[in-house]
Write a protein that binds this ligand. Structure first.
Ligand SMILES: Nc1ncnc2c1ncn2[C@@H]1O[C@H](COP(=O)(O)OP(=O)(O)OP(=O)(O)O)[C@@H](O)[C@H]1O
Length: 808
């Protein structure tokens, strides 16, 4: 449908031909470098003087409110342009936007509107631009067109609000035909236009690598009279993949970051009432395209007159404008269309040796060599021919189930938030909390798998995904390096990564691919000054970051506890809570995992029993699955165990202890190798889990040790952080002793603190807790075993069990 509306006769005759090649010509051409553009000379059209930017208003006061208006003497006036010294810029102009990146990139955008956010400083003067992209931005190797010209730009239907002072001169965008007419020998180096002239013959969405057919730039681009909306729509339609599913889920409200400009009333060529898609005919008029795709509706309101902004007169900026320097070109023959080897983007190449960059303050940044991993031996698939092996396999926590039953609502919520943020190109921070084993990580991974599938089907823009697990990083600050490596592919030190990330997220970039970060075990990433958590929560809110953080923790209020209420409420986190699984839900989960396992080897009663036992303690699916898997193992391998033989007699005492909870009345019974998993098997598996060496140690350690462990558990639960200051734990222990009225003599009389100190030493030696002698308060202490083990071992303890029960 759209195809006929694009210029169909643009032929290679219009493109720079080999006949026009010469090295002087090619040098005089604009260069494309990195993902932005660079010019050989560094002349700044805006002059060396740091003159303030001022708005240019329409002559007549306007009668309606709209973006890009200001109030002067009580009258609304439309902002129609901006000027600094002799340089002025208007809607429809194509301009260079300075990047702040290390490689001195600039970007080219078309001015769509101006905004003043009312604060009266130059910082609040913004320009909304529609970007042009370079071929470097198109990462999808399969779909990338290889006929790109060296100075070719693609109009890209994405927008950003940029500071007005990031404008760094005017760019000239021509059709290849006009370029050849105006510059048959290329742009002469001495010309003022040198390095500023580009050709445009297609639109492209670099994130999906979808291109429009060739379009007639001379027809659609009319300088300051251009109908920018029509161009935006033309390109949006022309580059649209089948993004229906993603759009269905996209939250259309959330557009703070990528601001699509409001339609301007001045546009005479557009029928403001039409609701269909508009496009250009080759004669340059705008036509309504009959509704072809219901979901491609115009999602901005033509008649939205309720948007009013006030502004104060702009003041002189306090900071001097940074001069942007363009690098010297290194490419020789820029007329050769596809010199792939020369045009490889620097950010993606694999460094063979360490590369060196410097920060804007000339600090050296060393890019480390990528880590080389020796591939492991090929893993063999488990032999699932026996029903026991199949059951064990499906019940294993590392087996990915086809779907996650009982987490549909949570899945939908995460999916909706994430796909909306990716589609809209906005940043977002989702805080996911829930006790261990409630499927938080599994759900997030499942959502990512589904979204990746959509990307493969071209129904969603591509995104980068990185998982940072607090348990797996030696130092929380390494998170910065991991994020930077995920975004740029370069390994740098944490402090360098921090600087680079700050710069990256505060710089507009039309090419930025959304990055989704799963920060698992967040409580382990808490640092003394809370810098890591603060930064990861704060960056998504930045205008240009396109960073989506999925922070996963066990406690609901970790952000409030560690960052204060004030900061965490400002961060605007989206919160999703995963409740512990109920008895019914655990049953469903176990049954669904056993579906398809032949032989009916697990009794329904056994599944019920396991679910009830686990739901009563924690609602932890991991625990329920582990118990069932161990029970399957027992019936698969165990010799016959009955109350008649020696081993059976030994076990029977322990089983009798459990019989108190044996509300099914079926008793222990025997376990037969090659038999079925019954309640008795489950009971024995539970018993085994609670009589592991760790459990035995915990149950039989001194009361001082138990008090200390419970105190540490309380502190960790309260702070939401996996470690605590030793002195605080001691104080907590003293409080517990007092409140529980634990016998003073049992803790060593008056010297009870001393008693706990030696208990701590014993716990450290046993590898139950780790003590890091750093900072004040006697160092920091943390569990080296799962907190759940402490709960299970001590929940029935006579002296301290009540406190454990309250920890939850
Ligand atoms: N609804 C479910 N259906 C099937 N398996 C599940 C479900 N929920 C959790 N699991 C399984 O339980 C195990 C633990 O899940 P997961 O790691 O997602 O929990 P978590 O909430 O992230 O726990 P933690 O806080 O300890 O990291 C995984 O093996 C997962 O496959």
């Amino acid at each position: 449908m759209l195809a006929g509306l694009f210029a169909s006769t643009m032929t290679t005759a219009h493109l720079p031909s080999k006949a026009t090649k010469s090295s002087s010509i090619s040098k005089a051409r604009a260069l494309l470098r990195g993902v932005g553009v660079a010019r050989e000379d560094s002349d700044d059209e805006l002059g060396d003087e740091d003159l303030p930017w001022e708005w240019i208003y329409s002559a007549e006061p306007e009668t309606f409110d709209q973006v890009g208006h200001s109030e002067i003497n009580g009258k609304k006036r439309e902002i129609i342009g901006a000027r600094t010294g002799d340089f002025d810029v208007r809607i429809g102009d194509c301009v260079f936007i300075k990047g702040d990146g290390l490689q001195g990139e600039a970007y080219v955008g078309m001015v769509c509107e101006f905004e003043d956010s009312d604060q009266g400083t130059e910082d609040d003067m913004s320009v909304n631009v529609m970007w042009f992209s370079t071929e470097f931005e198109i990462k999808n190797k399969e779909k990338k067109r290889m006929d790109f010209l060296p100075n070719e730009l693609y109009i890209n239907p994405s927008y950003n609000l940029c500071p007005l002072r990031s404008i760094n001169g005017r760019a000239k965008i021509l059709s290849p035909k006009v370029f050849n007419e105006q510059y048959p020998n290329g742009v002469p180096k001495k010309s003022r236009d040198y390095g500023k002239v580009f050709v445009c013959r297609r639109g492209c969405n670099p994130r999906t690598a979808n291109y429009t057919p060739e379009l007639d730039w001379d027809t659609i681009y009319k300088g300051r009279d251009t109908d920018i909306f029509a161009i935006g729509e033309l390109v949006r339609q022309g580059t649209k993949a089948t993004r229906k599913k993603a759009q269905k889920h996209a939250a259309t409200e959330n557009r703070e970051n990528r601001v699509r400009p409001k339609r301007r009333r001045r546009e005479t060529s557009v029928d403001s009432d039409d609701s269909g898609d508009r496009d250009f005919t080759r004669e340059g008029t705008v036509e309504t395209i009959p509704e072809e795709d219901e979901e491609a509706e115009d999602d901005f309101d033509v008649n939205d007159n309720n948007f009013s902004r006030k502004t104060k007169a702009p003041r002189t900026p306090s900071k001097r404008r940074t001069n942007f320097t363009f690098s010297t070109p290194t490419q020789k023959n820029l007329l050769t269309p596809t010199r792939k080897n020369q045009l490889t983007t620097p950010t993606r190449r694999t460094p063979t040796s360490a590369r060196k960059f410097t920060t804007p303050t000339n600090r050296k940044i060393t890019i480390k060599k990528p880590l080389l991993f020796t591939p492991l031996n090929t893993r063999t698939l488990p032999n699932l021919s026996s029903p026991y092996a199949a059951a064990r396999h499906h019940l294993h926590v590392s087996t990915l189930p086809a779907s996650l039953p009982c987490r549909e609502a949570e899945f939908n919520e995460v999916y909706t938030q994430l796909s909306a943020a990716i589609t809209e190109g906005t940043g977002s921070c989702i805080y996911i909390s829930g006790t261990p084993g409630t499927g938080k990580t599994a759900t997030v991974r499942e959502v990512i798998t589904q979204l990746r599938h959509l990307v493969a089907l071209e129904e969603l823009d591509d995104f980068t995904f990185v998982e940072i697990n607090g348990m797996k990083v030696a130092d929380p600050h390494q998170s910065y390096s991991l994020l930077w490596e995920a975004i740029k592919g370069d390994r740098v030190s944490p402090s360098q990564a921090l600087g680079l990330l700050e710069s990256e997220f505060s710089t507009p970039s039309p090419r930025r691919v959304p990055c989704v970060v799963l920060m698992d075990e967040l409580d382990q990433l808490v640092t003394k000054g809370q810098g890591v958590m603060y930064n990861f929560f704060n960056w998504p809110g930045g205008k240009y970051s396109r960073l989506i953080v999925l922070a996963v923790a066990n406690t609901m209020d970790l952000p409030e506890r560690t960052l204060s209420n004030k900061i965490s409420s400002r961060l605007g986190l989206t919160r999703i809570t995963f409740p512990g699984y109920t008895y019914d839900q655990l049953m469903t989960i176990i049954k669904s995992r056993l579906e398809g396992v032949q032989g009916d080897i697990v009794d329904a009663d056994a599944v019920q029993f396991a679910s009830r036992k686990v739901a009563a303690v924690s609602g932890d699916a991991r625990r329920a699955l582990d118990i069932c898997r161990r029970a399957v193992e027992m019936v698969e391998y165990a010799p016959v165990i009955s109350n008649d033989n020696e081993k059976g007699r030994r076990l029977s005492g322990k089983i009798a202890m459990m019989r108190e909870d044996d509300d099914d009345g079926s008793g222990g019974g025997g376990i037969k190798a090659g038999g079925r998993v019954t309640i008795a098997t489950i009971r024995q598996a539970i018993l085994e889990a609670t009589s592991s060496p760790v459990q035995v140690f915990l149950k039989t350690c001194s009361l001082s040790s138990k008090v200390f462990l419970v105190a540490l558990l309380v502190r960790c639960r309260r702070s939401g952080v996996g470690e605590s200051v030793l002195r605080d734990v001691m104080d907590e222990a003293a409080r517990i002793v007092k409140i529980q009225e634990i016998g003073v003599e049992e803790l060593g009389g008056e010297a009870r603190v001393g008693g706990i100190e030696s208990a701590v030493k014993g716990l450290v030696e046993a590898g139950v807790v780790g003590l890091e002698k750093k900072g004040s308060g006697g160092g920091r202490v943390r569990f080296l075993i799962n907190e759940e083990e402490i709960k299970i071992a001590l929940k029935d303890d006579k002296a301290i069990g009540a406190v454990v029960g309250r920890v939850g």
